[in-house]
Write a protein that binds this ligand. Structure first.
Ligand code: CMP
Length: 143
């Protein structure tokens, strides 16, 4: 079963949106197999967002993501990487369709409330950055 990495960013926590966001993922049939609340260090933030290190918004992004706790999740399900990206919506909330998480709860790219891995390679890398294998659970769902 495919795994992906999701992070509810500081503004999702501060705005008390965690329940609503997680409900959307669970109601779609996705399964939470790991969860951790943490305040990200600048070192971890820079590692996580390494592909953006030369972008003009990089420093703001690091300030934002380290400003308050986040909720890191590993989500499992068939085709979970593409599916969560669809449920999350476009990076720029102005372009995110209504009905998506960003399209319903966010206004600005710099405060877009949630991160979802964009490929199998990113998912594997990001899951490893935030979780040890023994923090990821294997359990069955009742029918
Ligand atoms: P995320 O999906 O976590 O991946 C990279 C993040 O960089 C993105 O969400 C935004 O939070 C941030 N980002 C991308 N483009 C911009 C931009 N033009 N200005 C500010 N932040 C950006």
């Amino acid at each position: 079963m495919e795994r992906t990495f999701i992070m509810l960013k500081p503004d999702a926590i501060q705005r008390r949106l965690t329940g609503k966001i997680i409900t959307r993922l669970e109601e779609r049939g996705l399964k939470i197999v790991a969860a951790k609340m943490l305040q990200i260090t600048r070192e971890l933030a820079m590692e996580h967002y390494q592909e953006h290190k030369n972008k003009p918004f990089f420093n703001n992004l690091i300030d934002y993501i380290t400003s308050a706790p986040v909720l890191a999740l590993v989500i499992e399900g068939e085709n979970s990487i593409k599916l969560t990206r669809k449920i999350v919506g476009a990076t720029n909330p102005q372009e995110a369709d209504p009905g998506t998480i960003r399209g319903d709860f966010a206004l600005h790219t710099g405060r877009n409330i949630i991160h979802a891995s964009d490929s199998p390679k990113s998912a594997e890398r990001e899951i490893k950055l935030f979780f040890n294998e023994d923090e990821i659970y294997d359990y069955t769902m009742p029918d």
